[in-house]
Design a protein around this ligand. Structure first.
Ligand code: ARG
Length: 606
């Protein structure tokens, strides 16, 4: 099949109202204005970047090159270096945050920040807390996790759960109105065989909730009968029809099966601190009926007859959607059409995000194309997108399986993580310095944090190799490393003997933190990049830059702590550097903010 047309991505509806402590945001405003003044008739995207080499400043504006190219296309020949000079001329010389701006002959504009500005910003964060950017409130729906009833949740759903939850947390942190939706597969033909099998295996299910401990096995048994036994198969079909016409006994049987499955899923969600609301495929049954009716009226001819099925080819799509099956039933396509319609026209969402494996891209893009054909939404006003992710591979780089070749049960996987985390804490002798509750809290934070962080720190769209050994390595870019770093910073402040009141007294008496050591300055600059990073992640919905940010922050803290005394003990004289304690606090709070977005539990003792 051919690929469905990809929609152009539009970002304008992430409208930033307040940049928080974002420096890049502020700089961008300044340079956008300067470019507009210098070249009023040109429409070029602004190019701003952090520099990696401090001799070229803290940030760079690289717009002069594309502007020169654009000018050339209109017949004006101007060297990038001269374009850069004209932009430079429009930059006000008296801003509170620019130390110096210099133009390179090739057209790069190097931007140096005022140290006083940074000192003041960090003081302000220490005093008032960290401020993330704020956006204009809009309604976003995130469709994530979405396992199928009876077939147990597997690692693919785990990825969707982890990534989807983190995206929700990010959106909530900047002020979106977020709907967390579980589009569970709780409808469709497989319920016929499950219900028929339930009647045989648990005839008294109506009065006594069966203990189906292994739903996967139950599913396999019924599938086997379905495939091998014609009589059973016929009964299974009858069960589907009765369920879809809501015959009470069959609804009860269906609910029983769903309850067992949901109980299991809830167990996984509780452990991972996931909040999500069910709007399964069954929710759309009557909506699918209405939808098909109304399509036939409003868009006659769009549904085509094909071997008894009714299909449609949305604009630009080569693979059709099956809207009605030959037996009159609906499909995964139909429920997704009904869901899209409901989300846009009933729930009135401005932005819909589907966190689903990359393998379903064609299906989703085709559904979105149909939605646009029906006039449900205009891409320039609403954003509907598939946030795709790659496969989970085993350490052999093949599909993730147990040793015996079975699909890995999620609960087993989480248990294994907990066991390994506990062992690694023991090896470090933590059980000697922490009490039972503290140890358990640390163990769980490590186990679940590691699983989440390993997923989020990899480029979302790529396949990733699941390895407990790697994710529990406390020297690498892992949650354990970060959690240790975090606990250590908290303990520096805790054991300093300086009370919160004393520290806030100190902060009240000043208006800048004297960050004169280069290691202090580096750490401070990194802290101020969080807001920029958040804006970037908001744009790409890739979480790994946030992981990189917090990892770098921890590393820079490490450097700072190696070079600067927070508490200076010389003989019997002890000097406490209050501004450094404040810097520790700000660093820990910044890390905690990242943990919150990444869904990692923080522990202040480890
Ligand atoms: N239940 C589906 C699966 O397990 C995922 C559903 C994703 N969401 C959607 N709206 N199609 O593959």
């Amino acid at each position: 099949g051919g690929a469905a047309p990809k929609q152009a991505r539009k970002y304008d509806y992430v409208v930033v109202e307040d940049y928080g402590s974002s420096i890049l945001g502020r700089l961008s405003d300044l340079f956008r204005k300067a470019i507009k003044e210098a070249f009023p008739s040109l429409d070029v995207a602004l190019l701003m970047a952090e520099t990696s080499n401090p001799t070229f400043g803290d940030y760079q504006c690289n717009s002069a090159m594309p502007i020169a190219a654009k000018l050339k296309a209109t017949g004006v020949s101007k060297r990038p270096g001269d374009v850069a000079k004209e932009i430079f001329a429009k930059i006000p010389s008296n801003t509170e945050f620019l130390e110096k701006v210099e133009v390179m002959p090739a057209g790069f504009i190097n931007i140096f920040l005022k140290k006083d500005y940074i000192k003041k910003q960090i003081w302000s964060i220490a005093k008032k807390g960290l401020e993330l950017p704020k956006i204009s409130k809009r309604r976003v729906l995130v469709d994530f996790s979405s396992p199928n009833i009876a077939k147990e949740m597997h690692v693919g759903h785990l990825r969707s759960t982890i990534i989807g939850d983190s995206i929700c947390r990010l959106l909530e942190a900047v002020g979106f109105d977020v709907l967390r939706v579980n589009h569970i597969g709780d409808w469709g033909t497989q319920f016929g065989m499950l219900i028929a099998h339930l009647y045989d295996r648990y005839p008294d299910f109506e009065t006594k909730l069966p203990e189906i401990s292994d739903l996967q096995a139950f599913y396999k048994e019924s599938k086997k009968r379905f495939d091998e036994d014609e009589v059973f198969k016929k009964r299974a079909y009858e069960c589907v029809v009765k369920l879809q016409s809501y015959e009470p006994n069959f609804v009860k049987a269906w609910e029983t099966i769903c309850d067992v499955s949901k109980k299991y899923n809830q167990y996984v969600y509780d452990r991972l601190d996931i909040k999500i609301e069910d709007f399964g495929e069954s929710f759309y049954q009557d909506k699918m009926l209405n939808l098909v009716d109304s399509i036939k009226k409003t868009h006659p001819g769009v549904l085509r007859e094909d071997e008894g099925r009714q299909i449609m080819f949305p604009t630009g799509c080569e693979v059709p959607l099956t809207v009605v099956k030959s037996d009159g039933g609906f499909t995964y396509d139909t429920s997704d059409l009904a869901a899209l319609n409901y989300r846009i026209n009933q729930l009135k969402v401005d932005w819909a995000i589907y966190v689903v494996d990359a393998g379903q891209s064609l299906h989703l893009e085709t559904v979105y194309a149909a939605g646009r054909d029906f006039g449900w939404y205009d891409e320039s006003v609403k954003r509907v997108e598939h946030v795709a992710f790659g496969l989970v591979l085993g350490e052999d780089r093949k599909k993730f399986k147990t040793r015996s070749g079975e699909t890995v049960r999620l609960l087993d996987l989480l248990d294994e993580g907990v066991k390994r985390a506990e062992k690694s804490l023991q090896e470090k002798g933590r059980h000697e310095v922490m009490n039972k509750e503290e140890l358990e809290a640390a163990r769980d934070a490590v186990a679940y944090g590691c699983i989440k962080y390993a997923d989020l720190s990899h480029t979302r769209t790529q396949d990733y190799v699941f390895s407990f050994d790697r994710m529990l390595d406390d020297r690498g870019n892992t949650a354990v490393y970060l959690l240790y770093a975090y606990a250590r910073i908290r303990s520096i402040v805790r054991t300093s003997g300086v009370s919160e009141a004393e520290l806030s007294d100190y902060l009240n008496k000043t208006s800048v933190l004297p960050l004169d050591h280069p290691a202090e300055m580096n750490l401070a600059k990194q802290i101020l990049k969080l807001s920029d990073c958040v804006l970037q992640v908001l744009d790409s919905l890739m979480l790994h830059p946030l992981c990189d940010f917090v990892y770098q922050l921890a590393t820079q803290f490490h450097d700072f702590y190696n070079e600067c005394y927070v508490i200076d003990k010389r003989g019997d004289k002890t000097e406490i550097h209050f501004h450094r304690l404040a810097l520790c606090d700000v660093t820990a709070n910044t890390m905690a903010t990242c943990f919150k977005i990444l869904g990692i539990r923080e522990v202040s003792k480890m």
